[in-house]
Design a protein around this ligand. Structure first.
Ligand code: GLN
Length: 486
């Protein structure tokens, strides 16, 4: 019953879908509730870069008319979804939180966006993020940091900080993020929501502005596991426009949620619980593992000697990601789109445009990446990092011979203070210690709340699975979620 006391913007997608289809509430009421919440609250949180209010209300009215006329509807009819601002949206500004794309209006939709439109979701707006998805705190945004709804002095985590904050604050019901080295899972854990990085290839990257193409994946964020499953189902699947998208059937993730974990083996990788892990985080994660054990899972220790070693995982990730970024970001030259700083000389125009358009962290990554790919250094850095990547994948393959899933923390600590790590890039990169190896191996990872610190900050549990076994993660996540005291 409590659910019906909550404001519409705070309800779960699956509750709202039933209410809208039954005619108890309208898509317009739900959409208006979300925009009211944004009006009253987003000046504190800064989750949004661009709002789509007229477009959203128009779509809501169209859905309400179709319901009244008894016409068929998509599976997310009337459900508010907000998008990380690196997914191209036709006719709606897409900035990547960068000055260089401040005025960019894409002429086409990303495939994930097109699928959301087909499902009759309501697109609320474009969410704050670290510039070009480079960061772990959302402080690298040209539009200012997003703030953690649990404590506005603290970071949301990054780079999909706006996505996690908007979901946590009731400023949307569902959100889309992207995860190259933890960017869905880290903000989900810092803001106390659920976030899933799908298997590489599960969701089309067409229309996702590229950071590191061999690592980037689009994924869902929501306030509970069932909503996460619903949203993944809509965006997943093969797309001829992305040759790395997998041509495999998409399971009905929500349908298998209540299957439980009886008989599954959950591995605990010792390296993810080593020195540097906050004792409160360890305790909360192990409580989550205890819930899986009580529900019939077998718990087993495993070792990930390469994937779990920061000197290998963080180093190889930051070499591969920056190398790919330096190549992907070469296209922002002032010629084709976005900012152009005029000059009579072409090279000077490139130089001024890029100097003014990119922020400090993006410039650092472009320089690092150009260095590791340059003649004479390629073998020593990039090629070596690719070899380490193969060993990281082999570590996970070995673990999944005996385990069905792995459980670990998402981050060594809960959300840190705004400003705390921004001047120390290496400290910032170390926030990604438990997330980056998952992208290097291409496997899926789910982050979900498993407790609260003594300061009242959310703590996340990370569940990892074999490639294309997202349903196992969601089933296990559902068990943990149900086992928690509300
Ligand atoms: N923090 C990592 C980075 O800065 C991961 C970012 C991401 O997943 N997009 O590269």
């Amino acid at each position: 019953m409590a659910g019906f006391m909550r404001r519409l913007n705070e309800r779960s997608a699956h509750e709202l879908i039933g209410g809208i289809k039954a005619g108890e509430i309208t898509a317009r009421q739900v959409t208006e509730a979300v925009f009211e919440r944004i009006q009253e609250h987003d000046s504190n949180i800064n989750a949004y870069i661009t709002l789509n209010e007229p477009g959203a209300l128009q779509k809501a009215d169209e859905i309400d008319r179709r319901i009244a006329a008894g016409k068929p509807l998509g599976c997310l009819a009337g459900i508010p979804v907000a998008l990380k601002d690196l997914l191209c949206t036709r006719g709606l500004r897409t900035t990547c939180a960068s000055r260089i794309l401040d005025t960019f209006i894409p002429p086409y939709d990303a495939t994930a966006v097109a699928r959301l439109r087909q499902s009759d979701a309501i697109l609320i707006g474009k969410l704050n993020m670290d510039e070009f998805a480079m960061g772990s705190s959302n402080e690298n945004s040209a539009y200012g940091p997003a703030r953690n709804p649990h404590d506005p002095e603290r970071v949301t985590g990054g780079s999909s900080g706006g996505s996690a904050a908007a979901v946590a604050a009731g400023e949307t019901v569902l959100a889309i993020g992207s995860d190259t080295g933890g960017s869905i899972r880290l903000p989900a854990s810092f803001c106390g929501v659920v976030g899933l990085k799908p298997t590489y290839g599960r969701v089309s990257r067409y229309g996702l502005i590229a950071y590191a193409s061999s690592l980037d994946q689009i994924g869902p964020l929501a306030r509970n596991v069932r909503d996460t499953a619903l949203l993944l189902h809509v965006i997943a699947g093969h797309d001829p426009r992305d040759s790395t998208s997998a041509d495999l059937p998409v399971p009905d993730y929500a349908a298998s949620l209540e299957t439980g974990v009886e008989g599954l083996t959950v591995g605990i990788p010792g390296e993810f619980f080593a020195a540097g892990l906050d004792p409160e985080v360890r305790e909360a994660v192990m409580r989550g593992v205890g819930l899986l054990e009580n529900a019939g899972a077998r718990i087993q220790e495993v070792s990930l000697p390469v994937a779990g070693h920061p000197a290998y995982a963080i180093a190889s990730y930051y070499i591969i990601a920056t190398g790919e970024a330096s190549s992907n970001l070469a296209r922002y030259d002032g010629v084709k789109y976005g900012l152009r700083v005029e000059s009579d000389d072409l090279i000077d125009m490139y130089c001024k445009t890029r100097s003014r358009g990119f922020g400090a962290e993006v410039k650092r990554r472009i320089m690092l990446g150009t260095y590791v790919l340059s003649a004479g250094y390629y073998d020593a850095y990039y090629l070596k990092a690719q070899r380490v990547r193969t060993l990281i994948k082999a570590d996970f393959d070995r673990a999944f011979e005996t385990c069905d899933l792995l459980a670990a923390p998402v981050s060594p600590t809960p959300a840190f203070k705004i400003g705390e790590k921004i001047d120390d890039p290496l400290q910032m990169y170390l926030s990604d210690i438990y997330t980056v190896s998952v992208n290097l191996a291409g496997i899926p990872g789910l982050s979900l709340p498993c407790g609260t610190s003594s300061d009242g900050l959310p703590i996340g549990l990370q569940l990892l699975g074999r490639a294309f076994e997202e349903q196992t993660l969601l089933r296990a996540g559902y068990v943990v979620e149900q086992g928690q005291v509300p």
